[in-house]
Write a protein that binds this ligand. Structure first.
Ligand SMILES: [Zn+2]
Length: 797
């Protein structure tokens, strides 16, 4: 018998466990969650290279690679050939027996990882036109580096090709602090950018001209770092790159009527610019507004020339991690001198290159947006670190390299030959220029590893882009950064944490751009406040400019510098897929009892009076049922006469004992308990107990707006630590003399709460609109069709 009872007890116990919804689970054995657990165990151990403070430590080192490159563009075959010399310096404490070189163009080989593993098809067995176009192009394209030869110190090097990397064996190991010289020659065919959607290639126009955008175009030394050794993750397409800093001297040979824009500073302007252009450049340098170096009319004339002679443009760039360039005879060119309070670069040449197909949008906004970017980004990080900043229009929608960016927007040709643009196209141009020029800060200067972590440059950059857009125009319609725009993504199911490798991200734009950017907006506005955040962010940017930060260096710096424990924040926003949905379930209003039975029993009486008369009693009363005790009053006794809300002698005796207990003879103030009670009672306040639950999993501070009976409102930001004992539900107490009539969580949409309706107490009537819709039926009536057809046939006969 006893056994059987036990069994029943256990099964009921299990059943009740299963039935508990996640919000109902208390912290208990085996079910606890610690969202404040420190992340030390997930972060790499601190070292003297990368200490726990998040700064580059005394043992920090990075390699250096200086390049001299000569390249020739063949316009008719749309191909390039080049030679280069890399001076590679080993600053590491390790001896190197080999050097790896990145060959990013090999991504366009037929047997590349990218080409063999591309998802062809879309949802529901569909395929889009751009995919078909790409596959058609690739089937006929012989891409990747050709005619490759490597020499080390003038001797042919032994090599091993692995996809987009090649290993060069060193005959003589490269010891710490030594340098070696690598000579490389190569050629390859350019891709048609619009067909392949790469980050480089050509675009052909009906007038017979092309715009050439050259990026990831020369063999580049693979990174060798303190935390990963040789960075051997292949170039698959999404994870861009990280590189070593160095100086570049690049000679670019193109048709003589082409105009070339490139990373760095043009050093042979006497050879390639005419006298008018040089005069205009000098004028532009002194001008704070853009001036044409090549006017739209001159560009149109230039398009017709099609010269077959060549010219060589020579550019120099110092302390850059990469080099890119653009060439076309279609380019209009404008420039202005951006002034900044910087010793190294007091005047930066802000320039734009674009075809007439971008007008009148580009001449009005591109260079202005370049300058605005530098102004805003410098405020939040450091002075613009280079002598030029350029925006080039071409087929690449948006891409960044040191001192040069590729931006896509064009305008629409009207029937009368003029060109117009929509508000969206204008905002696209301003936004993309801010974004890509912003990348010259992150990651071109703060050299994070894009191949591993897209968010480190895209997320941080999108965050400042949002600040810059809102400083451009308060009415600018930013796509990303506002917490209210992220809610659909945050509550969607098919997603991975931000801390996921670039190639494995789902919903790329939301995950790597919007989510980290929004997290930083929330960190700035709600968690740390602008002053603490801005100081910490600036510290991160300055600590790591021209160096190589990891995610942990960012997390640690933000925490160290602000002095606020943020492990819960990184855990929730960067390491999990939880979302924010805090619900205000109940507010209880309580009064403080006096312990005096005279008073408290009177309250009991009122409580009872406030209870409804139950239905059965109501109906008995209206039926005028005569109860027995009414008919025979002699049946009443003492209990019927006694008032239960009058204190008995016993209750009064107990009260005296309670008061005696309040007397604490061992305390220096024996009356303190009584005083505390009296003082609290004298305030005549009500006690409001708020019950919150965390439906989304992501713990956050609770911005709470309370409305009082007198119409006043109060905003309280309850710190996130309210969740520290139980991340699923919590209570919070507020005392008030004036009655609270309403409370709202997140009234200004600052924390990205995904479900707004459970934020209101009492719940609100949900505003909605009904749109009348005409019903359209389109039945397939074959008989109707046939009759009509026969009719028309007979009438024709
Ligand atoms: Zn970007």
């Amino acid at each position: 018998m006893i056994k059987a009872i036990n069994k029943i007890f256990i099964s009921i116990f299990l059943l009740s466990l299963i039935q508990l919804s996640s919000a109902e689970i208390d912290q208990s054995k085996g079910l606890f969650e610690d969202k404040f657990r420190q992340l030390d165990e997930s972060f790499p151990s601190p070292s003297l290279s990368r200490p726990a403070t998040g700064e580059p430590g005394p043992d920090y080192w990075q390699q250096r690679a200086d390049y001299k490159i000569k390249i020739k563009l063949d316009e008719t075959s749309r191909s390039v050939s080049g030679t280069e010399t890399i001076k590679y310096t080993n600053n590491s404490p390790l001896t190197l027996n080999y050097i790896w070189i990145q060959l990013d163009q090999n991504i366009f080989k037929q047997d590349s990882i990218n080409n063999l593993t591309r998802p062809w098809w879309g949802e529901n067995k569909s395929v889009d036109f751009s995919t078909l176009r790409r596959q058609n192009f690739m089937d006929n394209f012989n891409g990747g580096f050709k005619d490759l030869s490597f020499k080390i110190n003038n001797k042919v090097a032994q090599t091993f090709l692995v996809g987009t990397h090649i290993r060069l064996n060193l005959e003589k190991p490269l010891k710490p602090e030594e340098s070696t010289e690598i000579n490389i020659s190569w050629s390859y065919a350019l891709v048609e950018e619009n067909a392949v959607r790469a980050r480089n290639g050509y675009e052909s126009f009906a007038d017979g001209n092309d715009i050439f955008l050259l990026a990831q175009w020369y063999p580049r030394v693979t990174v060798f770092s303190d935390y990963e050794g040789w960075h051997n993750k292949e170039f698959i397409g999404n994870g861009e790159f990280t590189l070593e800093f160095g100086n570049y001297e690049v000679e670019i040979t193109v048709p003589s009527d082409h105009v070339v824009a490139a990373t760095g500073v043009l050093i042979n302007d006497n050879d390639v610019l005419n006298a008018t252009q040089k005069k205009r450049m000098l004028k532009a340098k002194k001008s704070e507004k853009p001036i044409f170096i090549i006017t739209p009319e001159e560009a149109l004339k230039n398009e017709l020339e099609k010269n077959t002679k060549t010219k060589t443009w020579i550019f120099k760039a110092e302390n850059v991690r990469d080099f890119a360039w653009a060439s076309s005879r279609k380019f209009i060119w404008d420039a202005a001198g951006f002034r900044q309070d910087s010793k190294d670069n007091p005047v930066v040449m802000a320039m734009s290159f674009y075809p007439n197909e971008g007008e009148p949008l580009w001449s009005k906004y591109s260079t202005e947006a370049v300058m605005h970017t530098m102004k805003v980004y410098s405020k939040y990080s450091f002075d613009y670190p280079y002598p030029t900043a350029q925006s080039i229009n071409g087929p690449v929608g948006g891409m960044e390299y040191p001192m040069i960016t590729f931006n896509g927007p064009r305008t629409e040709l009207e029937e009368d030959g003029t060109r117009t643009y929509s508000r969206s196209e204008k905002e696209f141009l301003i936004g993309v220029v801010i974004h890509e020029v912003g990348h010259i800060y992150f990651p071109m200067t703060v050299n994070s590893d894009e191949r591993q972590w897209t968010w480190m440059d895209e997320g941080l950059n999108t965050f400042i882009q949002y600040l810059a857009e809102q400083e451009w125009d308060i009415n600018y319609r930013s796509d990303r950064g506002e917490p209210r725009w992220i809610t659909d993504f945050m509550s969607s199911r098919n997603q991975v944490p931000i801390m996921t490798n670039s190639e494995s991200l789902l919903q790329f734009g939301n995950n790597a751009y919007a989510k980290p950017a929004t997290a930083l907006v929330i960190l700035r506005e709600t968690i740390l406040g602008r002053e603490l955040f801005d100081q910490a962010f600036k510290e991160y940017a300055n600590r790591w400019k021209f160096k190589r930060p990891t995610p942990y260096d960012f997390f640690r710096t933000m925490e160290e510098s602000s002095g606020v424990d943020l492990d819960w924040f990184w855990r929730g926003w960067f390491y999990s897929t939880d979302h924010v949905d805090i619900s205000l379930n109940n507010i209880h209003i309580a009064t403080l009892d006096t312990l005096d039975p005279q008073v408290d029993l009177t309250k009991d009486r009122i409580d009872l009076q406030n209870e409804p008369i139950i239905l059965h009693d109501q109906r008995n009363e209206s039926a005028e049922i005569k109860t027995r005790v009414v008919v025979r009053p002699e049946l009443l006794d003492i209990y019927d006469q006694y008032d239960e809300f009058t204190p008995s002698d016993r209750e009064m005796r107990d009260y005296k004992e309670i008061l005696d207990d309040l007397y604490d003879k061992n305390d220096s103030d024996p009356e303190w308990k009584k005083k505390a009670l009296v003082e609290a009672l004298e305030k005549e306040e009500d006690y409001y107990i708020f019950e919150f639950s965390n439906e989304g999993g992501l713990i956050m501070p609770i911005p709470l707006e309370i409305t009082y009976e007198d119409g006043n409102k109060e905003l309280i930001r309850i710190p996130v630590e309210i969740w520290r004992k139980n991340p699923r539900k919590t209570k919070w107490l507020k005392r008030s003399k004036i009655k609270i009539t309403q409370a709202i969580i997140d009234p200004f949409w600052e924390i990205g709460d995904t479900e707004i309706e459970n934020n209101y107490y009492p719940t609100r009537l949900i505003p909605a609109r009904l749109k009348p819709r005409a019903s359209r039926s389109n039945p397939k009536n074959l008989m109707q069709d046939l009759l009509k057809r026969n009719q028309s046939l007979s009438s024709h006969n």
